[in-house]
Structures are given as C-alpha cells and as structure tokens.
Design a protein around this ligand. Structure first.
Ligand code: ADP
Ligand code: MG
Length: 697
C-alpha cells in the first residue's frame, strides 16, 4: 500500500459516512432532522431513519460493502459486531439489497453470550442495539459498521457507550449552568474532549507463534533478562527498521480512511515499542476511534508479518504500555474551558473549573483508580515506569504558584499582584506545551487539558472518561447550586475557590511520583494507595461512588454492580488462564527440554570422570540443571494443586488468585528464568527476550 500524502484530502475519512457525506446525500430536511437529533439528544423519527439508512446503504455499496453490522462496545472492553448481509431474498429467486431505518435504529443481536454481570435473565437474553446518531458509520472490511448503543429490554445499559453518552450529557448540563453565571448566553452544550495516546509493541509473527504465553495471554510468562534491555534509551530514534516504517505508513493510511487523524510515532523507551497519538475529538468519537485503532493496529501488523501486542506489560523488566487519556471541556462555540484567559472574568471562570476538577479528583480518587484496575495494569502502576497507584494532580510551577497564592491569600511574586477578586494580575502565562512537564504524575495539567496517565494500553477509555465527566458534573452542580444563590457573585466565586482549593490541596503534587518518599508522604496526606486491582476494584460498589453514578443517572445501582462483577470475573479468568498456560509450558516445553539437556550434561560429566579429566564445569552445570529442574517441578506441582482450590465465590476467588496463585506463578517463573540462563541456546524451547525484542527487522 502506498502512502501518498498528496492524496490525503480525498483519503481522509473516505470510509466514513460523515457529516459532509450526509449533507451531500440526504435531503435538506432529513439532514436537518439528523442535526437536530444530535444537538438535542432526541431519538430519530422513523422516516428520517429510513432516508438515512437508504443513503448509507447506497454509499456503502458504492464503496464495495456487502454487509452491515451494529458495532458496539460490550462491557468486556472489546468491540463486538454481528454481520448481516444487505442482500435479502425476494420472490422467484431474485435478491435485493435491503437495509431500512428499522434496522438502523434498532437491531437485535443474539447477544446472550456477552457478559451482562447478572443484568439479563436468560429468558430475556436478547438485548437491543440502536444507532448512536452522534457517531458516524464507517466501512471496515466490506462491512458497513454502525456505531451502536446496546441495552437490555429492561433498559439497562449493557455496553460502554450508553453510560459514556449519559456522562457527557451530565457534564454538559452542569457546565452550561456555570457558564450562564459568567454571562455566557450563547453556549448550548459543553463537550468533553479526548485524545488517547496509544502505546504498543511490535513483534515478529514467526517468533510470536512459538510462544504459547504470548498467544494465550498476550504477555510473556517466562523470560530471563536479555543482555541489553532499554538502557540505550535513545537507540530507537536512529534506525527505524524498514518493516516497522512500512507498518506505520500503512497504519496511518488505514486510520486516515476511517477518519482517525493519527500520527504514529516511534519514540518509546523500550525496544520494539511505539506510540500512536490521534488529534483529539469529542469523548464519544475518541472512544470509538481508539477501539478502531487497536483493531486496525493488529490487522495491519498481521499484513506485515508482525504482531501488535496491546498488553500492559508484555515483558518483565522492560517498560510496559499505557494509554494517556488527554481530557478537557470545550463549548460548542469552540472555547476550551481549561485554557487560562486574559480578563479577570475569564480567569475566575478558568479557576472555578480547575477547582472543580481538583475537588472531584480528590473526592473520587478511589473511583478513578478503579477504572484502570486490571490484572495487566497491576504489573505497570507503581513499577517506576508508569505513575504510582496513588492518584495525585500535577499543576506545574506557574499554576501551583497561583493556587498557593489563593490558598495563602498572598500576592504572587513577579510583575503583577493579586487582588482578592481574582483579578487579571493573578494569572502568569501558563505554557501550553510544557516540555519539561512531570512524566511521573498520574494526572498532569498540560497547559489546557489534563493528561490521565494511569490507563493501561489495552483498556477501553470509556471507563476513565465516564468517571472524569461524571465527577466534573457532580462538582460543577454543587458550585452552580451555591453560586446561583449568591448575592455578590464575584465575592462568592472567590470565596468558593479559596475554600475548596484549601480543602483539597492534598491531591496536588508536583514532585517525583516514582520517589519512595512520595508514597510515605501520600499516606500522611491521607491519599489512598490501592496497589493492586484486587484492592482497587471494590471502589465500584463503595456507597459514595454508587450515589455519584445514580445521582447523575449514569448507571443504576444494578448497572454498577454488573460492572463490578464483570471486572472481578475478568480478573479471575485472566489469572487462571495465565496459571494454566504456565503449567502447560512448564510441563510440555521447559521440563522436557531441560531434562534432556541435563541428561546430556550428566553423560558428559561421567565420560570426563571416567577418563580422569577435570570436570568442574560439567559437574556444576549438571548439578544446577538438576536442582533447578526439581525446584521448578515442585513449584509447578504447588501451582497445579492451588489452582484446583480456587474458591467458587468470585470476590473470594479474586483475593485467592492474587494472594496464592500470583506468588505461585512468580516462584515458577524464577526457577524457569534461571534455568534459561544456564541452558544451551539451541536447547531452550522457545524464543528468548533477546530474540523477541530485537526481532522486528
Ligand atoms: P505527549 O507529549 O503526551 O506525548 P502528544 O502531543 O503526543 O503529547 O499527545 C497529546 C494528545 O492530547 C493528542 O492526542 C492531542 O490531540 C490531545 N489533546 C491536545 N489538546 C487537547 C485538548 N484540549 N483536549 C483533549 N485532548 C487534547
Ligand atoms: Mg502523553
């Protein structure tokens, strides 16, 4: 595939039924109805749906599509699709291409095998899907994909899109209330904006296929440290291998066609690791696009004889992969609400939004942590390569100085001085792209947005953004309630900002998040530190968090419970699959290999002894081989035994998996990795870290 950037304008979005295409292909009144339904959040009427469906189908068929699918995001975090053909049989063996408004706004996937976390009784196993008219349809592999919400017949959300849309509405509603108080009469909607940077590894497919752990679990369960890791931090800039370069071109092309404005980069620290950053968009589109991106990355890699790993920690001792969630709020008139302004009013408004964010992150730090709690991310957070498991906010020197001067009621140093009514002088220029910003912070203010750095690379960004939006809605609601009653508005704003910044200053931390002393200080500050998913996940069902979601109609109590259950079950399933894969590899690959190698060593040793020759090397080697094989065998027996006793109750099982199975697996791995270092290269049964990490050539 060529990457002809000259054709970019035609290429970009060419596989998306986007606004331009709709304008071109729909009647003016139908287009207007669609626009209105998007801006007001009202359902499409059936005649509009029919016209859109017809136009969509024609467009898709012209582009070579033969099928359509309701593309949705079940609670597992992956995307799902069920393909139906446009072709429907007619009398006398004729066929017509058919796709009506009814199919557009409501499909019925036989979705009984998607996890429902207990939300659907089996007798009503079917859910229904309906086009989300705020997301554009697109063509992928000859299928027209219709971004869809997915609900049970009782109305419970079974997906990640429905609550995300609800949370975007909630934050919009409250933010508009605040804007009105500041005299903004034109904004009708405030839109959460998101840009998700995606990290990933590329590996040679032939090598990947030789490792059962990569195939089954997405990460290596064994592997001794290679002689060279990521010490040469800059080595990667020098030489992008041709295969990777051509993968990247192809990836950009494919993503551009689907309307994802990506910029693939190759600047990650670990060997074979890369990053893709898109241009940000509204949170709903960003979430769809990130799901598409992950899928396309895997497909394009495959075409290039590569495998794309999205696991949070494919290799021990090498940096894992994250997904930075850049988040901000903007008005429908295009104003970023996290951009400091130039007048006292604008600055007061900026500081009010900032204060709401700080208060919200402090109050719901446990919930934010829970949104990134997965077994894969447990290997990353707090491992000196990703933010710690403690949530805190980095503001940077300039903004911290402002916040401190407000809290302490002191004038800022420098040219201006601050007046109590949060005057113009209070805001020093805040750099928009602060290059020396703190990379160790889980939540960094980066000039006009916050960058949430805790999500792992395979996570759907819906979860974190649902919480960010809802928390913000919640704080803005309280502020609006207070300010709407104010006698002196300016005074009330100033008072509120100072009061809340003072109350929540503990969450602000500009220092080094990797530093041991920060964890101790965080404890003194009373910040929570849930170091594993097992500790973090129960935040889902903490009463204050359930109330947050139910108050803003994001989730019902049942929907929260369902999500908690799914996360717990996912944790258990992941650990158990890893344990079984490990046993399989120990029994079928490692022990047989080291045992026959050991036999050869013993034979050599006996020969040397028989000839009266020196045999120190042979003896040491044989002894270590036999000792470590026995240890590995014992550790494997223990893992097998413990795996048979996993409790039936899911929450108990989660504890058990973490407390018993994970240490068992660590034990197995330590012996296997040591064996690897003393085994002849050609005798080791699968590719090593050196082979994998420096393979993509
Ligand atoms: P980094 O230095 O963190 O790698 P990048 O420039 O690669 O930064 O990525 C920044 C991401 O933030 C991009 O996806 C970009 O589109 C997104 N972004 C920029 N401005 C905003 C904003 N106002 N709101 C949300 N996301 C934004
Ligand atoms: Mg980033």
């Amino acid at each position: 595939m060529s990457n002809d950037t000259g054709k970019f304008p035609e290429l970009f979005g060419s596989m998306v039924f986007n606004e331009d295409t709709m304008k071109e292909r729909l009647s003016p009144s139908c287009y207007k109805h669609w626009k209105k339904s998007v801006s007001d959040g009202t359902p499409l009427d059936i005649s509009t749906a029919n016209e859109i469906a017809e136009a969509m189908k024609q467009w898709a068929v012209e582009k070579g599509a033969t099928h359509y699918t309701h593309w949705f995001q079940p609670m597992t975090g992956v995307t799902a699709e069920k393909h139906d053909s446009f072709i429907s049989p007619e009398e006398k063996g004729r066929i017509v291409l058919e796709f009506s408004g009814k199919e557009l706004v409501r499909g019925e996937p036989d979705a009984s095998s998607f996890p429902s976390g207990g939300l659907r009784a089996t007798f009503e196993a079917r859910g229904y899907t309906a086009w989300d008219p705020t997301s554009f349809a697109f063509i992928k592999e000859k299928s027209l994909c219709i971004p869809t919400i997915f609900c049970s017949y009782s109305g419970h959300a079974l997906d990640k899109k429905t609550p995300l849309l609800r949370s975007m509405d909630a934050v919009s509603k409250q933010a508009v209330r605040i804007l009105r108080l500041f005299g903004d009469t034109t904004t009708t909607r405030v839109i959460a904006q998101v840009g998700a940077e995606q990290e990933y590894f590329l590996l040679d497919k032939k090598l990947y296929k030789q490792r059962e752990d990569l195939i089954m679990t997405g990460r290596t369960l064994f592997g001794a440290k290679p002689p060279r890791g990521q010490e040469l931090e800059d080595h990667y800039f020098g030489a992008i291998r041709p295969r990777v370069a051509s993968f990247m071109q192809d990836l950009d092309n494919e993503l551009w066609k689907l309307g994802v404005l990506s910029k693939t980069k190759h600047n990650e620290v670990a060997p074979s690791q890369h990053e893709m950053a898109p241009i940000y968009s509204d949170a709903n589109a960003a979430c769809d696009q990130n799901q598409i991106t992950m899928e396309i990355m895997k497909k394009v890699a495959d075409r290039h004889g590569l495998v794309c790993l999205l696991h949070e920690k494919p290799f021990d001792g090498v940096n894992g992969s994250g997904k930075h969630d850049n988040w901000s709020l903007s008005t429908d008139t295009g104003k970023n609400l996290f951009k400091p302004g130039s007048t006292p009013r604008q600055n007061a408004q900026f500081l009010l939004f900032l204060t709401a964010f700080i208060k919200g992150v402090d109050e719901y730090q446990d919930m934010l942590r829970a949104t990134v709690a997965t077994p894969g991310n447990d290997h990353r957070l707090g491992a000196q390569e990703a933010p710690p498991a403690v949530v805190s906010i980095f503001l940077g020197a300039e903004l911290s100085a402002v916040v401190n001067s407000i809290i302490n009621d002191t004038a800022l140093k420098g040219p201006g001085k601050r007046t109590l009514d949060i005057g113009v002088d209070v805001m020093p220029p805040i750099p928009q792209d602060n290059t020396d910003r703190n990379r160790t912070s889980p939540m960094a203010f980066t000039g006009n947005k916050f960058e949430f750095r805790m999500p792992g690379s395979s996570l759907s960004i819906a979860g974190p953004n649902i919480v960010l939006n809802t928390v913000m809605a919640h704080e803005l609601m309280q502020f609006a309630d207070e300010l709407e009653k104010a006698e002196d508005f300016d005074d009330c704003v100033a008072h509120l900002i100072r009061r809340e910044l003072t109350a929540h200053r503990r969450i602000i931390f500009d220092g080094n998040g990797y530093d041991e002393s920060w964890i101790a200080e965080a404890r003194l500050r009373g910040l929570s530190n849930f170091s594993t998913a097992v500790d973090a996940l129960p935040a889902y069902i903490a009463e204050k968090n359930v109330r947050l979601f139910t108050d803003h109609a994001i989730y019902t109590r049942e929907e929260v419970d369902a999500r908690y259950n799914i996360h717990v079950e996912n944790y258990n399933a992941t650990i158990e699959i890893e344990a079984r894969t490990m046993i399989d590899m120990i029994r079928k690959d490692i022990l047989p290999a080291v045992s026959s190698y050991g036999a050869a060593l013993c034979k050599g040793l006996a020969e040397r002894k028989g000839l009266g020759l020196p045999f120190k090397y042979e003896e040491n080697n044989a002894r270590n081989n036999c000792m470590l094989s026995d240890c590995l065998h014992d550790a494997c027996l223990k893992l097998e035994k413990d795996l048979r006793s996993v409790p039936a109750e899911p929450v108990e099982a989660m504890r058990y998996c973490h407390d018993i199975l994970v240490p068992d697996m660590n034990e197995c791995r330590s012996y296997a990795d040591e064996l690897e270092t003393i085994t002849k290269r050609s005798e080791w049964p699968f590719p090593t870290y050196s082979d994998l990490l420096f393979s993509e050539g």
